[in-house]
Design a protein. Structure first.
Length: 489
């Protein structure tokens, strides 16, 4: 009950304004008429996108400068929205770099869709909201789900705000809310909703529609911008639109292999933790092949964990194992190698433990904004044990020591993969710990990301290590010589 009240108060505080006596149904009808009362629409142009919480390095921008910077261009972009099905598809061509720091350019196809099954408002909100945050989808949802009207002034402009909720509820039990801001011309300029997200909490999703144009009896926006959690996510420059196209089924066809659906269900996985002792009070925690490995380091009165295990489930298992191996000492720090999604998923668990995040200064804003967002839609460890997230930023170099145990953090730059990469050096055991500088199979050359590491280490004078440990578990233990060999040294 408290969670529902908290979520309701959160949404009301954002909506603001007083309820209008105006008939919401009439407002919806007027807004639909302003859009041309279409049953379907397609539009085309150029677009930019990112994979959430990743860098969008591409053929024209090889280097990552931060969260969602750069974005990836989509050429020949086309989208179709069918209100009767209901469904949405959009596609286009891309020329992006490879995974894991490779700068090898590869042509590809962008494709995303909301199927009729996903558009069912009783299904997970994350799978359907991309349909309903469009002006056309929003008005359809408003007409079918008991929308209410209120007034709000934003940016010096007065809007009528239509609000409705899908049938599905959040994991916390709270209701989702979606708001559409309608201007005096009955055009939907802004649609917003919130989605519970592992790092971003109650992630604010905003789509703005501007520079509306008459395409011959119906209107469409020529500029579309979507943000998630305040970060750029998707942009479209529309050059043409067609109402009720006759070839609806053939527009934006799915490629041979359609990307998987949104999010899995079922209980979290269970893990068998293996702890490798690397030295006194120093352990590598792993779950075997495919693992994201963490190191735990015992200091005089606390524990430091290097990386948080990739997911909340693995992080919870690692925390439990840490407390078993090193009892009665709090986990005071968790080190993050970089702020990509697969390296941050377990961090909320460590924040709930009271751990401070060690990460490069370029990641500080992202973590502080994301992890200090309310979590009223979630029912996870941090939502149940709320604590403020604290970041201890590293610039070029920082040492953590109690006079006996020492861990050194170094910034590695330039690399194509991220501008916020840290490696950890443990002098006593001569260990270098890193994330994503994965070595190729023996006899094959390292990619551009790996090739950038060795000169950076040499510049730092950081060459006196023996064991080379990756967050991404390697099949066999790796060494400095393996790294040097991968770059032809």
């Amino acid at each position: 009950m408290l969670k529902k009240l908290g979520a309701t108060a959160f949404c009301i505080s954002i909506l603001g304004g007083n309820a209008l006596a105006q008939d919401a149904a009439q407002l919806i009808a007027d807004a639909r008429a302003a859009l041309g009362d279409v049953q379907s629409i397609s539009y085309e142009g150029s677009a930019k996108y990112v994979s959430f919480q990743q860098c969008g390095a591409n053929a024209t921008a090889m280097i990552c400068h931060g969260t969602h910077d750069p974005m990836r261009p989509i050429m020949g972009y086309v989208r179709v929205i069918d209100l009767e099905a209901p469904t949405s598809r959009h596609t286009g061509s891309t020329v992006n770099v490879g995974r894991g720091g490779s700068t090898t350019v590869t042509p590809g196809t962008y494709f995303e869709q909301v199927t009729p099954e996903q558009a069912d408002v009783s299904q997970p909100w994350g799978g359907s909201l991309e349909f309903y945050i469009t002006p056309w989808g929003f008005l359809k949802g408003a007409a079918e789900n008991g929308a209410t009207a209120s007034s709000q002034r934003m940016g010096g402009v007065d809007y009528t705000v239509l609000s409705w909720s899908p049938a599905v509820t959040a994991p916390s039990g709270a209701s989702y809310v979606i708001n559409g801001y309608v201007n005096d011309d009955n055009l939907v300029e802004r649609v917003e909703t919130w989605l519970g997200e592992n790092i971003m909490g109650d992630m604010h999703i905003v789509a703005t529609y501007s520079d509306w144009r008459d395409f011959g009896g119906y209107t469409a926006p020529t500029q579309i911008v979507q943000t998630r959690g305040g970060w750029p996510f998707f942009e479209v420059a529309v050059t043409g639109a067609t109402a009720n196209p006759p070839d609806l089924a053939s527009i934006a066809p799915a490629p041979a292999e359609v990307p998987g659906g949104f999010g899995g269900g079922g209980p979290p996985p269970s893990f068998e933790i293996m702890a490798e002792e690397l030295g006194e009070g120093l352990y590598r925690l792993t779950t075997g092949p495919g693992s994201y490995d963490s190191l735990i380091i015992e200091f005089e009165d606390h524990v430091m964990m290097l990386e948080a295990g990739q997911s909340q489930a693995r992080a919870l298992a690692y925390v439990e194992e840490t407390k078993r191996i090193i009892p009665d000492k709090p986990i005071r720090y968790v080190m993050n190698t970089h702020a990509h999604a697969d390296h941050t998923g377990g961090i909320p668990v460590l924040v709930a433990e009271g751990a401070t995040i060690i990460t490069h200064a370029n990641n500080r804003e992202f973590f502080e904004r994301a992890l200090n967002t309310p979590r009223t839609l979630l029912d996870d460890t941090l939502a149940r044990n709320p604590r403020p997230a604290w970041v201890d930023p590293v610039e070029d170099f920082k040492v953590y020591s109690d006079g006996n145990r020492t861990v050194e953090m170094y910034h590695i730059w330039p690399t194509p993969h991220s501008n916020g990469l840290l490696v950890a050096h443990i002098p006593r055991e001569r260990i270098l710990y890193q994330g994503d500088f994965s070595l190729p199979p023996p006899g094959q050359p390292g990619n551009d990301h790996v090739r950038a590491l060795v000169p950076a280490l040499e510049k730092l004078g950081l060459t006196d290590f023996e064991r080379y440990i990756n967050t991404h578990a390697s099949a066999e233990p790796q060494t400095r010589d393996d790294l040097w060999s991968a770059v032809g040294r």
